[in-house]
Ligand binder design. Structure first.
Ligand code: G6P
Ligand code: MG
Length: 216
């Protein structure tokens, strides 16, 4: 029996993954590096600075910038990303999420957010679902990002659950690996592309109910 849910944010609650991509693509282009959607898959779930480092490595520029310059580049990308989120509203919740969260609340099932995004609290406010989460792991407190299990273990602990009692939702392979390493059941949200090593994959949360998942 499961007792609670842990959600990734970008690509699971809302499709901000496309805005991350647009902002990185623009910054990369300014640096003379072209990234495409296939490469972007490898950035999902990866924190801001590590994403920049992957892009620089992809473009053969891993040694071209100092730590301070890299921090400034990451801040520039974030400013662009936040700009793209100006009009984010409850209409941007992915299909099935609003009903699923409402049902979890009705059944008093605790929910937590395990996202590498430092923008998560602001995004949840704009989407109108911040009050549905009992805990949001602060990514600044993490020693290691996904695929390390740390973020999901902290999320489970924050809602008072053992890993075996939780269900995690992810759209990124790094996140699925983190869930598996944490011993938490994984539900993959797969729209395009594919996720492997999940317990089950769905296109969106209209395909599975709170009650069905709690019975696992
Ligand atoms: C999530 C996204 C990544 C993003 C990371 C950090 O994991 O999937 O694409 O780089 O959060 O987000 P932030 O909003 O802090 O730059
Ligand atoms: Mg994601």
């Amino acid at each position: 029996m499961k007792k609670g849910f842990i959600f990734d944010l970008d690509g699971v609650i809302t499709d901000t993954a496309k805005y991350h991509y647009l902002a990185w693509k623009e910054l990369a282009r300014e640096l003379g590096i072209e990234i495409d959607e296939a490469f972007n898959e490898s950035l999902k779930g990866i924190d801001r600075l590590s994403s920049l480092e992957r892009i620089l490595r992809f473009g053969g520029q891993e040694l071209a910038y100092t730590e301070m310059e890299k921090a400034a580049l990451a801040a520039k990308k974030n400013a662009q990303y936040v700009e793209l989120l100006t009009d984010l509203s409850p209409a941007d919740l992915l299909p099935g999420i609003a009903d699923f969260l409402a049902e979890a609340k009705k059944q008093q099932v605790p929910c937590a957010i395990a996202s590498a995004s430092k923008n998560a609290p602001m995004i949840l406010e704009k989407l109108g679902v911040a009050a549905n989460f009992k805990a949001i792991v602060d990514p600044a407190t993490l020693k290691k990002g996904k695929p390390d299990p740390e973020i999901f273990l902290k999320a489970a602990e924050a809602i008072g659950l053992a890993p075996a009692e939780a269900v995690g939702f992810e759209d990124a392979q790094a996140g699925v690996e983190a869930l598996n390493a944490a011993g938490i059941m994984s539900v993959g949200i797969v729209r395009d592309g594919n996720l492997t090593a999940t317990t089950l994959n769905v296109t969106d949360l209209r395909e599975i109910s709170v009650t069905e998942l709690l019975a696992y």
